[in-house]
Design a protein around this ligand. Sequence first.
Ligand code: C2E
Ligand code: MG
Ligand code: MG
Length: 251
Amino acid sequence: LYDELVLHYQPTFDLASGAVEGVEALLRWQHPQHGLLAPGVFIAAAEESGAIVGIGIWVLREACREAASWRDLCGTAPVVAVNVSARQLREEGFLADVSGALAASGLPAHAVRLELTESVLLEATETTRTNLAALGRLGVALAIDDFGADHSWIGMLKELAPDVLKIDRSFVADSGERERALLRGVLAFARELGLKVVAEGIETEEQLVAVRRLRCDAGQGFHLGRPMPADELRSLLQRDQRLPGVSLRLV
Ligand code: C2E
Ligand code: MG
Ligand code: MG
């Protein structure tokens, strides 16, 4: 049923050391007629029909299985980040799905980071809240994805108590005074809360320099590494897991 689904993997880099700190699993649909489809084309429909629940379990299990193989490739294994829809968190069985994927792969809970967007809270039910609390106890990390793209993020911080903020790429792309000031402000309170900050959508060397200057902890984007098939990611981890030296001269 799921054999047309594949995961691509995009690394996030620690901006101080240049090492891969995490790897995000990104879903693709290898469509027999239409070729490789990005999630933007089908995720919304899968959420509406409820198919995302089964797909989400497949993604969790596949990503954990793949991530277990990384431990042998590099000394310190990067965290595997998995995107989770609001719909999945409303399922009674979600916690069991996560612990099942951990058990099947042998990964410890802290090796997994679940990425949630604001819709998780907008569509939250009692079960969502029970699940979030239980996931925290289980020890998986929670990240807020596309942070700042929507409006009520302060409330989200209060309610979710996340470990990681992934700053929406609009803040990285716009290099105006105001955007930089906003980014500095977000970084200041992230530090205050002890959160790790990942800058999303780094597309140019200038943007990399800028987020490094601001002491963002980590970065993700086409300039650092595109989403890639599992075997390419594995050889990246094996070969040289650092950011290219050119990018390291700054700070
Ligand atoms: P996301 O979680 O924010 O993932 C990052 C998206 O930004 C990815 O798009 C990635 O290819 C893209 N990206 C990375 N670097 C850059 C850059 O430098 N510039 C630009 N313009 N884009 C960049 P992708 O793979 O098309 O995924 C889109 C969204 O689909 C994801 O956004 C996520 O919300 C959702 N998604 C992906 N996989 C899954 C999944 O397994 N389950 C669920 N529920 N949602 C998923
Ligand atoms: Mg994400
Ligand atoms: Mg994102």
